[in-house]
Structure formats: structure tokens, C-alpha cells
Design a protein around this ligand. Structure first.
Ligand code: GUN
Length: 296
């Protein structure tokens, strides 16, 4: 058996088109342009690539984009002052502070200084609590993208067994919460999980988000399982490098029923969901109806 390839690149394009439609309607009917502010501290090369891509996609969706590039030695007070300004700026509906921040900055303090209504990453403690209690919240982009792909492929997820591998605040924990809210039976696995392959083999759906290149192999999977690979790992390949996921694609594609490739799977969904969250935040801020299908 060879798995169905879940094409995140194509799916993300449909989400971005839906967002662009929503933005066009907001502009023409209400004279409102959704705006996203991105704050980047320091010059981490991977973060620079993400931020460039975010700016391009924001513009393509017809949104306003505000970029704040700050030196690596920016003080916490200076960063907090910028966040306060963005919180108060009516043209800004979404604020994203690119992580990781340099070590001298307290990420929790900085994230919790963002107005929760503008927290398009869904990392503010208030949004985490709201998601955990089933209240309306901003939802972290990567798990939201994974949920959209799973619902698109399976329809209802109710009653399915899921193994989420990884317990990060950005992916693993919110992913588990979203799947629990969809009535899945969820196991969160991590580095101390005893006999991980045995836990994974019970699952109808596996979400791999550990950051370990090609760790999940085909013999870990229940035949026909759906594998969502969130990993983006760069590994040596001769005298070059290449991107691989947290799953060994070659062996998993032979056992899984459906699988996301790397690149071209979950990755493109993250920015599409960031745009979706910005549109959602803008609609909520203006007491306008939210477009269907962009929130859980
Ligand atoms: N760094 C890596 N992924 C993310 C993300 O989803 N949001 C932010 N703010 N920073 C990140």
C-alpha cells in the first residue's frame, strides 16, 4: 500500500485565497484593511527567512504589513514599549513576535504583553487558557493548519486515537488540545515516554513534532494510519543539505494511509493560518462576522 500524499501547498493556497476574499470584502464594504505587525529581534537566519515569507504572503492577501526589525541587544523595556504601541494602534489587528528571542529577553513576559485579541500566534496565556477550556480564542497557527488538513481528509475526527509526539507550547500541547476538543483520544508522547513505538502503533493519527530528523519509521505505524509530519530538519546530503521531517518518509509512505510530505506538507499551512488568524482578529475587533472555515 502507498499512502495518499496530503498536499499542504495546494491546501494552503486555497486558505490564502479564502483570506484574500475576506480581506477584499472588508475593504470594499467596510473600508477596513487588516494589518499584521511582525517583530523580529536579532538576525537569526531561519527567522529572517520566515519573516520575509510572511511579509510577501501578507501583501498578496491584500493586508497591511508592519515590520519591526530590532538589534539583537534591544532591551526588554524597548521591546515592551513597541508592543504597547502596536497594542494601541487601530491599524494593527495582529501582532507576532518572532521566536526564539535572544537569551536576555523573557519570552513569556514579552508574549503576555501582547493584547490577547491581537495575539495571532495564540501564545498569550489568556488564549492558551481559553483554548484549554473550549472558549473562543486565537489558535496557534501550525496546530490549526494540521487540524484543517486532518478534518479535510477524514471529515469527523471523533473517537480517533491520536499520538502527538512532542510537548512544545507552539505545537504539541495546543495540537493535543485541539484534537481533544474534536473528541479524539489523545496521547502526548515525549522524550521520557516508555516504548514510544508501541504507543505510536496504537494511533489512527500520528502528529510528529519533536524536531528529530526521520525519527518515526514505517514499522512504528499502524497500517493505514494518517501521519502529519511537522518537522523541518536540515540534514547533510553529500556536499549539500536537504530538508527532512521528523518521519522517515520512504518507509512511512509504504505503511501509512495518508502522509504529509516535507517540504510541501504542514509548512505552507502555518503562514496561511497566520493570515487567517489576522483576518479573524480584524473581524472580531470590528464586531463583524468571521469568514467560515478559518477557525476551529
Ligand atoms: N518560531 C518558529 N515558529 C514560530 C511561530 O509559529 N510563531 C512565532 N512567533 N515564532 C516562531
Amino acid at each position: 500500500m502507498t499512502a495518499t500524499i496530503l498536499d499542504g501547498k495546494a491546501f494552503a493556497a486555497t486558505i490564502r485565497a479564502k483570506v484574500a476574499d475576506g480581506v477584499a470584502t472588508l475593504k470594499s464594504e467596510h473600508g477596513i484593511t487588516p494589518g499584521l505587525a511582525v517583530v523580529l529581534v536579532g538576525d537569526d537566519p531561519a527567522s529572517q527567512v520566515y519573516v520575509r515569507s510572511k511579509n510577501k504572503m501578507t501583501a498578496e492577501a491584500g493586508m497591511a504589513s508592519f515590520e519591526h526589525r530590532l538589534d539583537a541587544d534591544t532591551s526588554e523595556d524597548a521591546l515592551l514599549a513597541i508592543i504597547r504601541k502596536l497594542n494601541d494602534d487601530p491599524q494593527v489587528h495582529g501582532i507576532l513576535v518572532q521566536l526564539p528571542l535572544p537569551d536576555h529577553l523573557d519570552s513569556d513576559l514579552v508574549i503576555n504583553a501582547i493584547d490577547p485579541a491581537k495575539d495571532v500566534d495564540g501564545f498569550h496565556i489568556s488564549n492558551v487558557g481559553r483554548l484549554g477550556t473550549g472558549q473562543k480564542s486565537m489558535v496557534p497557527c501550525t496546530p490549526l493548519g494540521c487540524l484543517m488538513m486532518l478534518r479535510d481528509h477524514h471529515g469527523s475526527l471523533s473517537g480517533m486515537e491520536v499520538a502527538v509526539i512532542g510537548r512544545s507550547n507552539i505545537v504539541g500541547k495546543p495540537m493535543a488540545q485541539l484534537l481533544l476538543n474534536d473528541s479524539c483520544t489523545v496521547t502526548i508522547c515525549h522524550s521520557k515516554t516508555r516504548y514510544l513505538p508501541g504507543v505510536v502503533r496504537r494511533a489512527d493519527i500520528v502528529v510528529a513534532a519533536v524536531g528529530r530528523a526521520e525519527m518515526v519509521t514505517g514499522d512504528w505505524l499502524k497500517p493505514g494510519a494518517t501521519l502529519i509530519d511537522v518537522g523541518i530538519n536540515r540534514i547533510p546530503d553529500g556536499d549539500k543539505t536537504r530538508l527532512v521531517g521528523d518521519a522517515d518518509f520512504a518507509s512511512c509512505v509504504e505503511v501509512a494511509g495518508a502522509i504529509t510530505p516535507v517540504p510541501g506538507g504542514v509548512g505552507p499551512m502555518t503562514i496561511a493560518c497566520l493570515l487567517a488568524n489576522t483576518l479573524t482578529a480584524c473581524c472580531r475587533a470590528n464586531n463583524l462576522p468571521e469568514p467560515e472555515g478559518l477557525t476551529p
